[in-house]
Design a protein around this ligand. Sequence first.
Ligand code: PLP
Length: 283
Amino acid sequence: MYLRSHSYAMSESIGTQTRHDQHGRYPQAATVEDFRQNIADVQARIAAACLRAGRDPASVRLLPVSKTKPESSLRLAYAAGCRLLGENKVQEAYGKWEAMQDLTDLRWSVIGHLQTNKARLVARFASEFQALDSLRLAEALDKRLQAEGRSLDVFVQVNTSGEESKYGLAPEDVEGFIKQLPAFSALRVRGLMTLALFSAEAERVRQCFILLRNLRDRLRQDAPAGIDLAELSMGMSGDFEIAIEEGATVVRVGQAIFGARPLPDSYYWPSAAGAQDSPEASS
Ligand SMILES: *Cc1c(COP(=O)(O)O)cnc(C)c1O
């Protein structure tokens, strides 16, 4: 039902393809110069996508994703200018935060599913959490944040692909969920986040992004006081240009900046198992 409204970029951008065929093939960034170059390349692609969509490139924030990469690599990214890093698993993120306390202006965004019993860790060190998907978790985070005297920027994760094993709320459950969030005063709700279908079929990927944007536009009209739904976190190395054409304000980019990851994505997104062996991988 959310797919009804128009896609403002569709007419000009129908040709934009995913880059999932590059998946796992990005060269490793090994020097500060590599990182500078990769970030500049990604920024140029962001700017080009914005141009196609008639958007200001300053309206898109690049969130570099450092998961699985060693501390040495993160330090190079920092030297190249990164001040906010995204990590999928909280334990790994927490360990890196502890090891890099000397970088006092480096902040952390946790972008992966979180078990309620690990809310304590996120409350201690993260400045942003992008995978809020249950009231129990909101409650646990709020309680721990209050105890730490901190607050946290949060994104509500939405399952836009309909894949059963993907995390996130079903689109029809988001409205009721958001109505409950003002009760948690340490959570600053910034917007919605999604992972699109992992597919070489660009139009199917695009539909996930359109769904998130339309949902956000609709919910924004009568969002509870204090709930700001300005942000749309969507798009990664293989599909961020399509996401920008459809309104992304945050793109989460790992491999195109850091290089390919050794672990398969099924480790992070259960539903991605098999998708990696889809036609694009063998072509
Ligand atoms: C790993 C990850 C990304 C980035 O994926 P890349 O293919 O490395 O760009 C984006 N979002 C989430 C939730 C992730 O776990």
